[in-house]
Design a protein around this ligand. Structure first.
Ligand SMILES: *[C@@H]1O[C@H](CO)[C@@H](O)[C@H](O)[C@H]1NC(C)=O
Length: 246
């Protein structure tokens, strides 16, 4: 049974109104809104990557996540309960915005991103089964995904704070695919080298199934990350500032 991921990420919230950072240009709310959002959105990514103290946005490459718990779907022959602690996600600087569309009336944003390669390094803890074998261990992990294609749909609401209106993303649905997946878990089975290396081979030989097992929780994690980044900006800049007033 799939349960949502737990994600602990150290983003500070502030609750003070601020101006839109100079690298974010407001768009006119007209027929060309999506075109403008795509053009401006593409320009914004490189500015967000190092982090922005003004928005209390931490560095995004590597992005540090204190903890992610991936719960398995448990429907196939692979069933992994995998946690990553002190996870460093490398590669977001190469993210390319492919498409974005805004529906201000329905308060809906959808976007598509492509990321050539994401390398997730951290401490792991795993239990479960792989084919007919039990898996257990804790140590250092490296999970690398290549050619990632992410489609995210977000719903937001508006709320008032000190006479200003702010946006807040409240829901996300994410689907993604990757054309490659490599995993290395060191110190499996209490450091038994032979069993551990064999298990790493099995995981990599069956990477499609491993990815399918973890996909719902990875999707949720990606959705949470996008939502947190967006809300970090939404939380400090009043909604009206994102659009050129007529
Ligand atoms: C992580 O794994 C990828 C894919 O196997 C590899 O290219 C990369 O060098 C590894 N990173 C580290 C720091 O070991």
């Amino acid at each position: 049974m799939f349960t949502p991921v737990t994600l602990v990420i150290a983003f500070a919230s502030i609750g003070l109104a601020a101006k839109l950072p100079s690298y974010i240009k407001p768009c006119k709310n007209d027929r060309k809104l999506n075109e403008c959002a795509l053009k401006e959105g593409r320009k914004i990514i490189p500015f967000l990557i190092p982090g922005d103290p003004h928005l209390r946005l931490p560095p995004l490459d590597p992005l540090l996540i204190d903890r992610v718990d991936l719960h398995p779907t448990g429907t196939g022959s692979i069933d992994l309960r995998l946690s990553c602690f002190n996870c460093h996600i490398h590669g977001l600087r190469q993210a390319k915005l492919i498409d974005i569309s805004l529906d201000l009336r329905k308060k809906h944003i959808s976007l598509r991103l492509k990321i050539p390669r994401l390398m997730v390094m951290g401490k792991y803890d795993v239990q479960g089964k792989v084919l007919v074998f039990p898996i257990v261990g804790r140590g250092d992990s490296n999970i690398t995904l290549t050619d990632i294609d992410v489609t995210a749909a977000l719903d937001y609401r508006l709320f008032k704070r000190k006479k200003e209106e702010y946006g807040q993303a409240i829901k996300h649905r994410v689907v993604f695919d990757a054309s490659g997946f490599k995993i290395h878990l060191s110190n499996l089975f209490n450091g038994d080298k032979l069993l551990g290396e064999n298990m790493n081979l099995i995981l990599n030989d069956n990477w499609r199934e491993v990815l399918d097992d973890l996909r719902p929780s990875i999707s949720t994690t990606v959705g949470e990350i996008i939502l947190k980044i967006l809300n970090q900006i939404f939380d400090i800049v009043p909604y009206s500032q994102f659009f050129i007033q007529h």
